[in-house]
Design a protein around this ligand. Structure first.
Ligand code: ADP
Length: 335
C-alpha cells in the first residue's frame, strides 16, 4: 500500500500523521498452534498502546513480528508507514525494541553497552560519548556507568536497556513486558520513563499482563485472548463493556444478614460469607440511600465496601480466566 493511502490519525494541531503501527489480518502459527488468528491493530503516532493478555496469549509474538524479528504468515503490516514485508530495513531504522530479549551485555559496563550501541548506529566517537553520557544521566545511571551491567538491579538493567534503545533515536518503541519482575518502586520509575518518552513524541507499543499498568499508561488497550483481539478501546470504554459496580455488605450476625437479605430486592447473596452485593454505581447519592435504608431498618453491617468495575473485571470477563495474572489487592470478583 503506498504511504499516501495509509490510514492516518489527526493530532491536536490538525496535522495528519500516518499511523505508527497498522496491522490488518495478522496471522501466525507455530506448527498446528495458531498464535495470532488474523488480528487488526492500529496505533496512532504519539500514543501509548497496550497489548494486554495472559501468559502465552501471543503478545511477544506480535512484538517480534512488528519489529521484524519474526515473519508473519499473513497480514497487511505497516510500521511508521513502511511495509514490513517489502521494506523491513526502513522499519528497523524507525523502531527500538526492549524487554524480554534485552540487548544488555552483563560482562561489560553500562557505559560500554551504550558506546557499543552508538557504534552500531554509526555515531562518531565524540558524538557517541556525548549521547551515552546524556542518556546515562537521564536514566540515573551515571554513578553506575563504570560498573559491569551484571551487577545492576533489575530496574537498572531495564533503564539501561531503554537508554540503549534511545541511542538510535527511534520514533516507535516496543516495550515487551517492561515491568515484569520489578519491585513496586522500579515499576513506578519505569512508568515515569514511559510517560516522558511519549511527551517527547515517541509512540509506545507496550505489552503487559498487568491490568493496572495498561490502565495507568495506555491511551488504547487491546485484550488478546486465544489468538484474537477480544476487545479494544480506552480503559474507560473497556470498563463500560461489563456490568457496573456494586456495594458489598458483610455481616457477622446471621440474623442481621438474613433480615437485610430478605428486605432487599435486587441483591446477590453469599450465604457462606454472610455478604450481600447490591448493584450500584458507587456514587455518593446511591451510597447515602443504602446507608439511610440500613439505618431506617435498624440493620448494622459490619463491613461496607464499594466496588467499581476495573480492568481486572473486564479482563476476566473477556478472557474467561478466573485467576488474576498477579494478586491484585483491591480486587473483588463480580459474581
Ligand atoms: P506471550 O508473550 O503472550 O506470553 P508468546 O507470544 O510468547 O506469548 O507465545 C504465544 C504462544 O506461541 C505460546 O503458546 C508459545 O509457546 C508459542 N510460541 C512462541 N514462540 C514459539 C516458537 N518459536 N516456536 C513454537 N511455539 C512458539
Amino acid at each position: 500500500m503506498p504511504s499516501s493511502v495509509m490510514p492516518t490519525s489527526r493530532k491536536g494541531d490538525g496535522r495528519s500523521l500516518p499511523d505508527a503501527v497498522s496491522a490488518i489480518g495478522l496471522r501466525k502459527s507455530y506448527g498446528d498452534k495458531v498464535v495470532l488468528d488474523g488480528i487488526d491493530l492500529r496505533i496512532p503516532a504519539g500514543t501509548v498502546f497496550a497489548l494486554l493478555g495472559p501468559n502465552g496469549a501471543g503478545k511477544t509474538t506480535a512484538v517480534k513480528i512488528l519489529s521484524t524479528l519474526v515473519t508473519a504468515d499473513a497480514g497487511d503490516l505497516h510500521v511508521d508507514g513502511h511495509d514490513l514485508t517489502t521494506d523491513p530495513q526502513a522499519v528497523r531504522a524507525a523502531i527500538g525494541v526492549t524487554g524480554q530479549f534485552s540487548a544488555v551485555d552483563g560482562l561489560i559496563t553500562g557505559e560500554e553497552n551504550m558506546l557499543l550501541m552508538a557504534d552500531l548506529h554509526h555515531l562518531s566517537k565524540q558524538e557517541g560519548r556525548r549521547v551515552a553520557a546524556e542518556l546515562l544521566e537521564r536514566f540515573d545511571l551515571t554513578d553506575a556507568a563504570s560498573k559491569p551491567a551484571s551487577t545492576y538491579s533489575g530496574g537498572m538493567k531495564r533503564r539501561l536497556d531503554i537508554a540503549m534503545t534511545l541511542v538510535g533515536n527511534p520514533r516507535i518503541i516496543f516495550l515487551d513486558e517492561p515491568t515484569t519482575g520489578l519491585d513496586p518502586r522500579s515499576r513506578h520509575t519505569m512508568w515515569g520513563i514511559i510517560r516522558t518518552l511519549v511527551t517527547s513524541g515517541v509512540t509506545v507499543f507496550l505489552t503487559t499482563q498487568y491490568l493496572d499498568e495498561a490502565d495507568e499508561l495506555a491511551d488504547r488497550i487491546a485484550v488478546l485472548n486465544n489468538g484474537r483481539i477480544a476487545a479494544e478501546g480506552t480503559a474507560d470504554e473497556l470498563k463500560r463493556l461489563i456490568p457496573g459496580g456494586h456495594v458489598r455488605l458483610r455481616f457477622t450476625d446471621p440474623a442481621a444478614y438474613h433480615s437485610a437479605a430478605s428486605a432487599l430486592e435486587e441483591v446477590s447473596r453469599d450465604d457462606d460469607a454472610l455478604a450481600l452485593q447490591i448493584p450500584s454505581d458507587g456514587s455518593q447519592r446511591e451510597l447515602r440511600s443504602i446507608l439511610d435504608w440500613l439505618d431506617s431498618a435498624g440493620i448494622e453491617a459490619d463491613e461496607l465496601t464499594v466496588h467499581t468495575p476495573d480492568l481486572d473485571d473486564v479482563f476476566f470477563a473477556l478472557t474467561g480466566n478466573d485467576q488474576p495474572a498477579q494478586p491484585h489487592q483491591s480486587k473483588e470478583t463480580v459474581r
